[in-house]
Design a binder for this molecule. Structure first.
Ligand code: 9GP
Length: 775
């Protein structure tokens, strides 16, 4: 037995008095994880040399850790051999729930960054919240989304270490709590560098009041404990929209203050009490506006504990912080009601006022009299994005087009004032989880051709390009795609009893449910194909399985209506014997990181169909690309950079561009399109003509109105579904048609894989380190 295998066996005995044969999955999971933790403890304990970058994020969507950590430590094969030799299926850990401490792209990006930084030896610490319950679990009942709590701790938390000694006190207007850190090792590939993710848990200062208990006031006796724990109890299930609640503000300050206090204490221990050099030791990246309250918090610490004057303290703050914007959705640019802010954070508010005053003086100096667009405190609200831009030295967008939109249409007044602060950092994803681990067959295929260097140097992927011309490579690629489809089919059958037809094209859209992402457009186009096949208008259609995966924020009723609609479309199509050998529609429930790892490698077509100018970047587009799917998408977010690199001719780009939409936005009339084009009318009418039923909820009629009448807060069809409908259907049918030539299609796929080099988060994080943090 190898030493690591022995360590696992030993752990099982030590922790559970059991052995490989009798251990439960949970016992095995915890024993393997603990044994792996032991192998990296020494490396983890090494102090960081030089400047550290700190990534403050309300979300870290890590996904299941056991496989990635074992892979990065080089222990995956040994572990699988041991499982095999004990007659245990090496897929046994598939049953282990993955953590879901994030909503979607923003949280998953943070996780990719941690992996990439550790792999490249960049000292990056993550700071966030250890939510007791992560993103809800999704079920469907009669096609409606239902939500259940995500009790991720039920499996134990072997990858965290509670650091009682490092806890700090966080004060609010009406309560004080402990913030207790749980540290997780972030193991770089090769295991040479281990960084830390620190997640804070809220706990009561006095968890149990004995006096009240003796007075038989049982509820009151544990009131403080409940109130404290509420702060880190649950992740807000919103993506790209603002939750705007008192508790949410408390969460934000809770982890911001705890992180800043911890960083401040580390600095003091390392460098003493001269805080003027703080920014030489720490760079702090704000992941969206959620941690922006860290800005006045650092100011407070520097001025009260560091005894600095306001101006020098502000200089330090500005040099330390940088801000990443992840969305231009107006509703997601956070604002806090002034009186709410004052009552929750009375000790912090004065520092916000000081920042506002400095801004006011600066605007006067620059002769700007129209200050309404700039003021951090304006009309009874505190504007967090403004505070973030004003008080930091760098504001970045997450794809080229997104950064341009920030500069020229979302926040042009700020760009005019501080052009030098704005920069772009196109997102990336880690090829280790999203290729090496989730698609081992394709990973071997690549390694056999260009060596294994791509695992840590993704620019080497371009060396794969010549193999797109090689018939036997194309053949092998097609076999691998088939294998991944078969594996997905097995998985989905086990999970949801879906029977996928694996000889079909797999056309997949997986992402959060949002109107701007246009899952409804996808469903409309499926209906159009369905009618077209039945009417005989569409001939020679290659059988296709359309797969959706998406969670809707529980309070976002329109998104829930779209889920119900897609499920009804699925029923219509799947039970119609006249078409169901040619089309299949499947809505995977509870889409999450682990599901993505199965779905993405099996895709032929990657649906990236957001309205131009709305999706900041997208990251699933990159994952699909590196797994050899072609993009069917709009000119939006990182799709643009993807197709520029892989060739438009190897992808399917359709629809209005930002410039087109700018021109028509004031005159756009979806009703005209609806009246003129029978195909549009037919699919839109399924919302109200009884073809599909919403079970009396009224949701479908509301969707219909949103397209043709608008609502108090938006114009009709404000995401231009009807405008892009026909071009989308055309592009989709073109892809379907092209697929028939399997060799030619495989060539496109391989050219996409070969062009994926720039879309690694290794490149992105290197750029943050070089250009923003100077590490
Ligand atoms: O919606 C964006 C998505 O386009 C981007 O890829 C991701 C990571 O940068 O961030 C998302 N934004 C949010 O979730 C909230 O701002």
């Amino acid at each position: 037995m190898q030493p690591f295998q022995e360590a696992i066996v030993h752990k099982l005995r030590e922790m559970y008095h059991t052995d490989m044969k009798s251990a439960t999955t949970k016992q095995l999971y915890n024993a393997v994880s603990q044994a792996a933790m032991d192998t990296c403890r020494d490396t983890w304990a090494q102090p960081v040399q030089g400047k550290t970058a700190c990534y403050l994020s309300a979300e870290f969507l890590l996904g299941r850790l056991i496989h990635s950590n074992l892979m990065n430590l080089g222990l995956l094969k040994e572990t699988e051999d041991l499982l095999n030799s004990a007659g245990i299926n090496p897929n046994v850990f598939e049953d282990v729930e993955d953590d879901a401490l994030g909503n979607g792209g923003l949280g998953r990006l943070a996780a990719c960054f941690l992996d990439s930084a550790a792999t490249q030896g960049i000292p990056l610490m993550g700071y966030g919240i250890r939510y007791r319950y992560g993103l809800f679990k999704q079920r469907f009942a009669y096609g409606y989304q239902e939500e259940d709590a995500d009790d991720w701790l039920a499996w134990g938390d072997p990858w965290s270490v509670r650091r009682e000694d490092q806890k700090v006190r966080v004060n609010f207007g009406d309560q004080s709590v402990w913030a207790v850190p749980y540290d997780m090792p972030i193991i770089g590939y090769g295991g040479k560098v281990v960084n830390t993710l620190r997640l804070w848990q809220a706990e009561a200062i006095q968890p149990f009041n004995f006096r009240l208990f003796n007075d038989q006031k049982y509820q009151e006796a544990v009131q403080q404990k409940n109130d404290a724990e509420a702060i880190s109890a649950v992740l807000y299930p919103n993506d790209d929209t603002d939750a705007g609640k008192r508790l949410r503000l408390k969460q934000q300050y809770f982890f911001s203050s705890a992180s800043l206090q911890s960083i401040f204490a580390d600095y003091t221990a390392k460098c003493g009490t001269d805080y003027s050099k703080f920014a030489e030791q720490y760079a702090i990246q704000l992941n969206d506006t959620h941690p922006t309250v860290s800005i006045p918090e650092l100011l407070r610490l520097l001025m009260t504990q560091g005894h600095m004057g306001f101006e020098p303290a502000f200089q330090v703050v500005q040099k330390t912080f940088a801000y990443t914007n992840h969305t231009i959705m107006a509703e997601a640019l956070e604002k806090w009601n002034l009186s709410l802010f004052q009552s929750v954070l009375p000790e912090v508010y004065p520092y916000v006022v000081m920042i506002q005053n400095r801004l006011s003086n600066e605007l006067v100096k620059k002769n700007i009299t129209e200050t309404g667009k700039y003021n951090i405190i304006q009309d009874g609200m505190i504007h967090m994005a403004r505070m973030a831009i004003y008080s930091t030295h760098s504001t970045n967008g997450v794809a080229k087009i997104h950064t341009e939109i920030i500069k020229h249409s979302a926040l042009p007044e700020w760009y005019a004032l501080y052009p030098e602060r704005f920069n772009n950092k196109t997102n990336g994803v880690t090829q280790r989880r999203w290729l090496a681990l989730c698609n081992r067959e394709l990973a071997d295929f690549i390694t056999e051709r260009i060596g294994s260097g791509w695992v840590t140097d993704f620019s080497q992927m371009s060396r794969l390009k010549p193999y797109a011309e090689d018939q036997s490579s194309r053949q092998r690629f097609l076999e691998i795609k088939q294998e991944k489809k078969n594996q997905l089919a097995d998985y989905m059958y086990r999970k949801d009893r879906f029977g996928l037809n694996t000889s079909n094209i797999f056309d997949i859209q997986v992402k959060r449910l949002h109107e701007y992402k246009r899952q409804l457009l996808n469903a409309f186009s499926i209906l159009d194909m369905y009618f077209g096949i039945k009417d005989g208008r569409i001939q020679g259609f290659h059988p296709t399985t359309f797969i959706f995966g998406a969670k809707a924020a529980p309070g976002y009723y329109r998104a829930k209506g779209i889920i119900k609609f897609i499920n009804e479309v699925a029923n219509l199509v799947n039970y119609d014997n006249a078409v169901n050998r040619r089309m299949q529609v499947i809505f995977a429930s509870n889409y999450n990181v682990s599901y993505a790892e199965k779905l993405i490698p099996a895709a032929d077509i990657s649906e990236q169909i957001s309205t131009a100018g709305t999706e900041a970047s997208g990251t699933s587009n990159m994952k699909f690309m590196m797994n050899g799917a072609v993009t069917l998408g709009t000119y939006d977010g990182a799709n643009i950079e993807i197709v520029q690199n892989a060739g438009e001719e190897n992808n399917y780009i359709f629809g209005a561009r930002v410039e087109d939409l700018d021109k028509i936005k004031d005159t756009y009339d979806p009703v005209k399109l609806y009246e003129k084009e029978p195909r549009i009318r037919r699919v839109v009418d399924t919302l109200i003509d009884g073809t599909l039923t919403d079970g009396g909820s009224g949701w479908f009629a509301e969707l219909y109105d949103s397209l043709l009448k608008g609502a108090s807060w938006h114009k009709p069809d404000n995401y231009y579904l009807l405008l892009d409908f026909l071009p989308y259907c055309d592009a989709r049918l073109q892809a379907n048609h092209d697929y028939a030539d399997r060799q030619a299609f495989a060539k496109k796929c391989l050219l996409n894989i070969a062009a994926a080099g720039p879309f690694t988060s290794d490149r992105t994080i290197r750029q943050y380190a070089d250009e923003i943090w100077h590490i």
